[in-house]
Every structure is written in C-alpha cells, then in structure tokens.
Write a protein that binds this ligand. Structure first.
Ligand SMILES: N[C@@H](CCC(=O)N[C@@H](CS)C(=O)NCC(=O)O)C(=O)O
Length: 262
C-alpha cells in the first residue's frame, strides 16, 4: 500500500502527486495541514524528522525527500518509465531535479510567503509566530516563518526572487530549445519536478514571466495538457495573491521590475 503525507498547496507534494498520477497508482492520502503546523506534531516528526511534506510510506517503509520519493516510485513501479533510457539523459534529468530542489524551490519561497502565506497569519506578531514554530527542526525555516509571515509585504524580497525566477526561465528556454523535454526526447522526472514551478508561478499570477520564452510556453502547454497535471494540482480554493500585492511587480504598473531586469 502507498500512503502519502502531503498538503494541497505544497509544491513538493504536488511533485509526488504528479508522479503517482503519471503512473496511475492508487494511494491513500494523509493531509498534513501546514497552515495549522501539523507538520510539527510529534507524530509527524517521527515520520519526517525535517518536519516537511511530503512523506511516502510504502508497505510500512518511510521515504522522505520528494526527489528521492519520485525516483523510488519510478524504480518500484517502472511502467510507464519516467527516467530516460540513455545515461547521459538521466544525468541531465538529475541536474534538473537537483536544480529544482536547490534553486527553483527556494526561488518561489519568498513570494509564496509574502503574497500567499502571509494572508493566513495577518496580525500575528513575530513572538507569536516564534512560539508556533518553536519545534521546527530547521532553524532557517523558523527564521523564515518569523520574518516572512509578519509585517507588511517585503517588496524587495519579492523583487529579488523574481530576478532569480527570470534566470531559471532563461535556463529552461535554453534547454527546451534543443529538446522537447528538459532531459531530452522523452517526458521525465525532470519535467515533473519543474512543473511545480509552473504551478506556483501561475498561482502567484506571475505568468507573464514566460511571455518572451516561446519554448517554455510550448512546454507549459504540453505539461498542462497531461491528465496527471490536473489530477495532482493543488486546491484551486487556495488563497490567491491580492491584485494589489502583485501590482508593484507588473510592468507598466509601479516599479516595472519585470521590464528592467536582465
Ligand atoms: N527537500 C524537501 C523539501 C520539502 C519542503 O520544503 N516542503 C514544504 C512544502 S512545499 C514544507 O513542508 N514546508 C513546511 C515548513 O517548512 O514548515 C523535499 O523535497 O521533500
């Protein structure tokens, strides 16, 4: 039996749901509501000592880390394969999955906190937030909750994150201009991982970031037309950024940050 501990609006959970849906696998859902800090309960920390989602449990064996989970799923349930046949393409795939873990995920976190998560904790002081996350095993996450969920929207942090997103998109464009999928001729775990970025950028209403990248746009169209993308998608009722929060980042409105970046 496959069990997934996940949350609806967690992009790393989305990544594993996408993989499970591509394989057409049945799984039992255990929702861990991050907004209520259920990820920090002693029971969940016993499963995932980093206090993050997702966690997969397969016949009682616990597997953490979304990229590791997806590779595991692909090995145990090889049909249809989500790893390229050639070793060189598998290396390319892992460069993308590592980049998604190390860079892409972190590029969306500031805007996610400032424009989505902050709305949930309106009015909470730093001290109150500190108490809520005191059990978090990752000190940098405690700091992020304290600094990013309280006070007014930090526009400098969002602007810096947008510049990083633009670099990522330029890298995607370069890769997709030489092959239809990120790791070569076939859809792979690289595409599954980077699809999380598409989902979140859309959710943040930053879709115009793709505008001048035809290969990325074409890839997004193909990614979104997969049934598994839809099945895995986060709850559409999630809090969306307010137009007023997003406006300062849109060209022609206030700062025009998207136009002025390189
Ligand atoms: N490297 C981990 C990262 C997981 C992660 O950061 N998950 C986020 C949701 S997308 C989370 O659980 N955040 C809650 C927190 O840090 O308190 C993985 O890929 O599984």
């Amino acid at each position: 039996m496959l069990e997934l501990y996940h949350d609806a609006d967690s992009i790393m959970s989305f990544k594993v749901r996408f993989c499970l849906a591509e394989k057409n696998l049945d799984w039992q859902s255990h929702r861990i509501v991050l907004g209520k800090f259920e990820n920090l309960s002693p029971q969940y920390l016993a499963l995932n000592p980093n206090g993050v989602v997702p966690t997969l449990v397969h016949d009682g064996t616990v597997i953490t880390e979304s990229t590791v989970i997806n590779e595991y799923i692909d090995e145990v349930f090889p049909d249809p394969p989500l790893k390229p046949e050639l070793a060189v393409d598998r290396a390319r795939m892992r460069i993308w999955t590592k980049y998604q873990d190390d860079v892409i995920h972190h590029s969306v976190r500031p805007a996610t906190f400032q424009l989505m998560i902050k709305q949930r904790f309106k009015g909470l002081s730093e001290q109150e937030m500190d108490r809520k996350v005191a059990r978090h095993p990752m000190p940098e996450r405690r700091k992020a909750y304290r600094e990013w969920t309280t006070g007014p929207v930090d526009t400098a942090a969002v602007s810096a994150a947008i510049k990083q997103m633009q670099t990522i998109i330029a890298r995607m464009e370069a890769s997709l201009s030489v092959s239809p999928w990120l790791a070569g001729g076939t859809f792979s775990l690289a595409d599954v991982a980077v699809a999380t970025f598409v989902d979140r950028v859309d959710h943040l209403l930053f879709g115009l970031l793709w505008e001048e990248h035809p290969h990325v746009q074409d890839w997004i169209g193909r990614i979104k037309s997969r049934k598994a993308f839809d099945v895995a998608s986060p709850d559409p009722r999630l809090p969306r950024p307010d137009d007023n929060d997003v406006a300062p980042f849109i060209p022609g409105k206030e700062s025009g940050i998207l136009e002025s970046s390189t």
